[in-house]
Design a protein around this ligand. Sequence first.
Ligand SMILES: [Zn+2]
Ligand SMILES: [Zn+2]
Length: 238
Amino acid sequence: MSHPLVVHKKFPHDVYCGRPSKWGNPFEIGKDGDRTEVIFKHRAWLIKNHELMAQMWELQDLTLGCWCAPQDCHCDTLAQFTENGIYVFGGENEWLSNFYGDDEGAGSIEYFGTTYATNEHFFQAMKNKDPEYRQSIAELPWYAAGKAKSLGRQVILRPDWDAIKNEVMVHGLRLKFADKYLADKLAATYPYPLTECNVWHDVYWGVCVSSRCRPRHANHYGQNVLGRLLMQVREEMS
Ligand SMILES: [Zn+2]
Ligand SMILES: [Zn+2]
């Protein structure tokens, strides 16, 4: 589907991935080991680099140029990671979405004796401590996650919301992925990038890839906070 090609720099390519580009390997042959060692070090470094992982969707379908081909190099790792990353939290990867749920309670979250049908329900409910507000969201079925979201848009935010919202999100993810079936699915994505590419201009939780926005977003398509928190929970589980 989206496997990037790696070619020597002298051949036509879409993006140069050597130093000093952002895709370059910070580990150098000689200084940091032989070819095999610097490829291995780069791979371990990349897995921890959520900033760069959040940008790997950009390499889909591109030809990567470097000095090394046909010898192995870190570009092969970039190609492999890009190909195996998940960039849409829908279809067969719907389970990664905060809207994921079903009639049997998959994706649901237990929090102090209250069940929320999806992580979206839980997240929106936490925006205000009023028990009636929380109850009104808890009563919504899983397929009404959009309704939960719009209720969360109207409610008065608890004063510390901005400071705690990431913590609330990751807490919800931990509860959601406590489920063995979902935990196994998440673990199986290791160590590849998870990014919610979207066209609804969410540049905080995901990455906006709308063609209309590309010129405006320049190199800042989004922070991918949801993807990063998913990768964090995945690391915690391993
Ligand atoms: Zn190279
Ligand atoms: Zn946008």
